[in-house]
Ligand binder design. Structure first.
Ligand SMILES: [Mg+2]
Length: 244
């Protein structure tokens, strides 16, 4: 029997691709995702190096995206993944056939359904704090099949002052994971998140622990799931690298 392929858990945005604004002068080589509103300035692209890296990983390893993107936003990613996928910050695990994994969906339903009111409260808190501090944001609850999964706030206008204001937005949410990177603040419920889903899938695909695993990510909050893998991989221009 051939050796099993290594498992690669990889964040998408700002790890495998990014919007044109974040390409730091690199030419877009390949379109990776289209924007929800069809605005080509918000589409995502790979550099030549990212494209080569993706093709190499996708053909030689079991490459599993681990993304905050909702099912809708993930469907706009044009890369030919062919294995499992972790989306909506871990709330949904898709099988290789693209359908939600039933056991994980049941667990998520039990975990998140009782938190719907708290999630609305967190959204309201963030909105009123942003208004009070004059921070121009758009915000929403990411839902999957009518289930609220996490809360997100995004800046409309990016400046040093607005970034600092968003990072410091006073929201009372004890035990919730606070992800802040670039123009996005997300509040993720306790027990949910990329790490819980990655651990579950890791157990499922590598029960005897013989497959080497790699974790790719750019955000400090990605470290939670990356640390469940054998080797951590980070873009040299990333929030994690900047914090070292
Ligand atoms: Mg990222």
């Amino acid at each position: 029997m051939p050796d099993p392929k290594p498992l690669v858990f990889a964040d998408l945005d700002d790890t495998l691709f990014q919007t044109r604004r974040k390409m730091n002068g690199n030419a877009p080589h390949r379109q990776a995702a289209v924007a929800g509103n069809g605005d080509p300035r918000k589409s995502s692209f790979m550099t030549t190096q990212q494209s080569v890296l993706f093709d190499w990983l996708n053909s030689t390893t079991e490459l599993i995206p681990v993304t905050a993107r909702s099912g809708d936003a993930f469907s706009r990613v044009e890369l030919p993944f062919h294995s499992w996928a972790i989306i909506s910050n871990g709330a949904v695990i898709l099988g290789p056939d693209g359908t939600p994994h039933a056991d994980w969906a049941a667990r998520t339903q039990d975990l998140l359904h009782p938190l719907a009111d708290q999630m609305q409260d967190i959204l309201d808190q963030g909105r009123s704090a942003a208004r009070m501090h004059d921070i121009d944001i758009r915000s929403w609850i990411v839902t999957e099949n009518d289930l609220a999964t996490y809360v997100v706030f995004k800046l409309n206008e990016i400046s040093e002052v607005s970034l600092m204001g968003l990072e410091a937005l006073p929201i009372h949410a004890e035990g919730w994971t606070r992800h802040f990177n670039s123009e996005t603040l997300a509040l993720i419920p306790p027990g949910s998140g990329k790490a819980a889903a990655t651990d579950y899938l890791h157990q499922h695909l590598n029960p005897d622990g013989t497959r080497p695993s790699l974790g790719f990510g750019d955000s400090l909050s990605d470290l939670h799931y990356m640390q469940g893998t054998d080797i951590l991989m980070i873009p040299s221009r990333s929030q994690i690298a900047a914090s070292l």
